[in-house]
Each structure stands twice: as structure tokens, then as C-alpha cells.
Design a protein around this ligand. Structure first.
Ligand code: GLN
Length: 487
């Protein structure tokens, strides 16, 4: 049963061939067996999940209507608020935080009758590219347990490829869905900024954050998008559906796009490892077989994306994380002797090193005297990057670039060198700065049998197009079918 995709499982449950209780039990058997090795979850909810599953089974047996994901066991990243269990953001500061409400995406999953299995590990407050910044535990890559699963949604990606759930939600501020999906050989979609509600997503960089699916197949990605997309009155940045209607992403998924015009950015892609470049070129060859036209474009400002991102993201983070002070939210120091110490000691004791580094960077960039030189300048660069993409999409239907310059690296390899870690985001962060959607699909393996991802980018709100283009590739290739050693 575990080899089924989420959509296949959903269809079999609806047809009465498998019960949701059976599927949920099978997932928990795998969790019992493999979670001690993989470490994908911060918390799991066996009793609750089995109760939901039994309820779905009962309703299906009684012929009652059920939701889009009825009975499917899914995981969510632990930065999405749930009224059950804790919402930790993998931080000691929120270790005992119990949210008073569900994030909108959680409400949507529940309304779709999904079975929430657990909350997945991540880099603390989603700051990182390897999940090594988790303040609570280590997640490993199921393809090679000495390597990172990517990050920051590393727990979600490892759970999907390790078959500890059938699909998951992650969040992506600078690559945190696409890069772990690529490192783990699964499909990761970062939707357009504003497509999915951020209400109840613990904020990191509010102008960049988006929630999206991590799944085994493109069809599962479409199914999850169908469930979570749409306007939410509780999130003023979620887009009005009269302006950008949500489509049924599954409806035309199998219809290939004719006369596809694909742009590549050779100079930019040349920064990736040889094997990553080779896989990318071979992927493009697959599209050529479909008659796609390939054009080369120049995106002159992409080189500045990392610098701009690490100013904008840290500036927003420094403001967003001010609320964790032991008074409003989070851990409170027992050693404080006055109220100033409540703030300083609580934060000093419970934030991890990377989070502290980013708060300091962001505070610096926003401080008077430096605001114009750093923050304002970064916003200007952001506009230029956005314009690069707008210009590019006048000439093509989509852009194809690598997801990451390398495949999954060794645990510990980059932890002492934050700059190298930041540089590994080169191919993903410009997409967040521009607000456009991007998908990572499995497109090959390196000589160490580690997955490589192909990144496809489309204009804002063209998720339907993106998914169809990704599906064309998936249909022609078997990369997504290869099993990790832990299966
Ligand atoms: N690696 C990037 C960072 O550390 C992106 C993380 C993310 O998308 N949440 O900020």
C-alpha cells in the first residue's frame, strides 16, 4: 500500500478497496520502524489520526459525502498552528507553545478529511537549508543517512520519501520546499505569493513566506494545491479570487502543452555541479522531444539575489521574532531578576545560534544610518529581479534552472560556515523575491545515488501551467519511481 500516491490512495479509499484505518495503521507501523532513524517528526498523533480515519471510513461506508483528501495520512511542517499538540517551529523558545487556533491550511486539510499524522521537523523558524538548525532534533536523508534532507522543510520531505506519510505541507521563504524536495527526490511546489493563506503560519519573512505541497507525484501536488489554495479573509495578502481564480489543478493536468517555449539561463546554471548541469540538460532534451522551443535568456540581476534576500528576510525576521520575549510568547527565563532580564535572558537561553545571527543581521540592516544603505537598497534590487522575471516571461512560457548547485551534502559539512550554507540557495531565493511560483521535480541521480531536482518557474498564478509542464516530464521519465534505500 505504501507505494501508492496520495491520489491513488484517496481513490482506493473512496472506492472502498482500502480503509483509511488500514492506511493510517500502515503509516504508523512504518513510523515505529523507521522514524528512529529518519527523525522526520517533532510530534505524531496516532490516536487522533486513527479516530479521524475511522470516522472517514464510517462516512464512506454510509455513502455520505467526503472531502478531497478523505482518509489520506499527511504531515505538516511544525510552523503551522494546530489546536492539537504543540507548534514548536523546532525552537526551544516555542517547545511548549499550544496554538489557540488552526492555521487556515490546517482547517482546509481537515475540511478535506485528510488524516494529520504528525508535525514535521524543520530548521528553527525555517531559517536554514539543511534542517540542522532544528533546536529539537536531527532529520537525515533517507537516500543516505549520513546526509542532510535539505531544509528548512527537511522533515516534510524526509517523511514523504521515507513513506512516513502520503503527502506533506512545507513552507518556502527562500527555497525551503523546493530544495528539500530536490534533495529527497520528491515533488515540491512553492505557490505564487498570495495563492495560499499564511494565516496561522508562524512568520519568518512575511513578504516571502508561502505554504505549499511536498509530494511523491505531480498529480498529488495538484491535489494538495486544490485543497489549500484560495483567498482567506484572515490573510490580507492572500489574493482575491476575482483577480486570480483558483483552478482545478487536476482537471487538465494530463493535457500536454503544445508549442511550449522554455527559457534557460546558461550563465546562471553554469554555477551548478557538473552532474546537476548534466541532469538539467537531459531534462531539457526530454522537452525537446515534445517539440518545445528552447531559448537562452539573460537575467542580469540574479547574481544579487542572495545579498538582497539575506537583508530582506533577516530584516523581516528581526521584526517578526520580537514577540518571543517570555512575556507575549515563548519560554521565560527562570534566572531573570528584572523585566529587562526577562526579555534578554529568555531570548538568549532559547533561541538557537542561527536565529540569533539573523535577528542581529536584520536589526543592523534596519537601524538608522544603515536602513538606506542596506534595507532600501535590497528592496530596489528586489524590484530589478522582479523586472528580470517579467521581461523573461514575455519571451517564454516557463524558465528551467537547477534547484540547488549540489545534491544533498553531508551532515555537519556546512554548519560552521553560514555563508557557504547561504550560497546554496542561489537558485531558489530569487523566485521568492519575485513572488512567482516554482516547482522542483525529480530529474536524475548523481554518482552517489542522490536525487537531483529540476526547477521550473512560471509567471504569477500560473500554477496550473507549471503543474502541467511538470507532469509532461514525469510521464516521460521514471525518476520519481526510484525507491530510496529506506523503503
Ligand atoms: N535557506 C533559506 C534561509 O535560510 C530559505 C529558508 C526558507 O525558505 N524558509 O533563509
Amino acid at each position: 500500500m505504501e507505494e501508492l500516491s496520495a491520489k491513488e490512495l484517496r481513490d482506493r479509499i473512496a472506492a472502498g478497496e482500502i480503509t483509511s484505518v488500514e492506511a493510517t495503521k500502515a503509516v504508523f507501523e512504518r513510523i515505529d520502524k523507521f522514524e528512529p532513524v529518519i527523525g522526520a517528526y517533532i510530534s505524531t498523533y496516532r490516536d487522533r489520526a486513527l479516530e479521524t480515519a475511522a470516522d472517514v471510513d464510517r462516512r464512506i461506508a454510509a455513502g455520505e459525502p467526503v472531502g478531497e483528501l478523505a482518509g489520506v495520512p499527511v504531515a505538516v511542517k511544525d510552523n503551522m498552528c494546530t489546536t492539537f499538540g504543540a507548534t514548536t517551529c523546532a525552537s526551544k523558545i516555542l517547545e511548549n507553545f499550544h496554538a489557540p487556533y488552526n492555521a487556515t491550511v490546517i482547517e482546509k486539510l481537515l475540511a478535506a478529511d485528510a488524516v494529520i499524522v504528525g508535525k514535521a521537523n524543520m530548521d528553527e523558524f525555517a531559517m536554514g537549508s539543511s534542517t540542522e538548525n532544528s533546536g529539537l532534533k536531527q532529520t537525515v536523508n533517507p537516500w543516505d543517512t549520513s546526509r542532510v534532507p535539505g531544509g528548512s522543510s527537511g522533515g516534510s520531505a524526509a517523511a514523504v520519501v521515507g513513506r512516513l506519510c502520503f503527502a506533506a505541507l512545507g513552507s518556502d521563504t527562500g527555497g525551503s520546499i523546493r530544495q528539500p524536495a530536490s534533495f529527497c527526490g520528491v515533488v515540491g511546489l512553492k505557490p505564487t505569493y498570495g495563492r495560499v493563506s499564511r494565516f496561522g503560519l508562524v512568520a519568518y519573512g512575511s513578504s516571502l513566506d508561502q505554504i505549499g505541497p511536498i509530494t511523491r507525484t505531480v498529480a498529488d501536488s495538484a491535489l494538495m494545491m486544490k485543497t489549500i489554495a484560495g483567498h482567506d479573509p484572515a490573510d490580507s495578502t492572500s489574493v482575491d479570487e476575482a483577480v486570480a481564480p483558483v483552478c482545478d489543478y487536476l482537471e487538465k493536468l494530463d493535457e500536454p502543452l503544445k508549442k511550449l517555449k522554455i527559457a534557460i539561463v546558461p550563465e546562471f546554471a553554469a554555477g551548478a555541479d557538473e552532474q546537476v548541469q548534466k541532469a538539467l540538460n537531459e531534462a531539457i532534451d526530454v522537452y525537446k522531444k515534445f517539440g518545445a522551443e528552447i531559448i537562452e535568456i539573460n537575467m542580469p540581476h540574479l547574481d544579487y539575489a542572495i545579498a538582497a534576500y539575506y537583508i530582506v528576510a533577516t530584516a523581516e525576521a528581526s521584526s517578526n521574532l520580537a514577540r518571543y520575549d517570555g512575556v507575549h510568547y515563548g519560554h521565560r527565563s527562570e534566572k531573570a531578576e528584572n523585566y529587562i532580564e526577562v526579555y534578554s535572558k529568555s531570548r538568549a537561553e532559547a533561541f538557537g545560534q542561527e536565529v540569533k545571527r539573523r535577528i542581529m543581521l536584520g536589526t543592523y540592516a534596519l537601524s538608522s544610518g544603515y536602513y538606506d544603505a542596506y534595507y532600501l537598497k535590497a528592496l530596489k534590487v528586489r524590484n530589478l529581479i522582479r523586472a528580470d522575471f517579467t521581461g523573461a516571461f514575455e519571451k517564454c512560457d516557463c524558465i528551467m534552472i537547477p534547484v540547488s548547485p549540489t545534491t544533498a551534502f553531508k551532515i555537519g559539512e556546512k554548519v560552521d560556515d553560514p555563508l557557504t550554507m547561504y550560497l546554496s540557495d542561489i537558485y531558489t531565493i530569487a523566485v521568492n523575491l519575485a513572488g512567482i511560483p516554482g516547482i522542483s521535480v525529480p530529474c536524475g541521480f548523481d554518482e552517489n545515488n542522490l536525487p537531483i531536482g529540476l526547477q521550473i518557474l512560471a509567471p504569477a498564478f500560473a500554477e496550473d501551467r507549471l503543474l502541467r509542464i511538470a507532469r509532461m516530464f514525469e510521464k516521460e521519465t521514471d525518476w520519481h519511481k526510484k525507491k530510496s534505500p529506506i523503503v
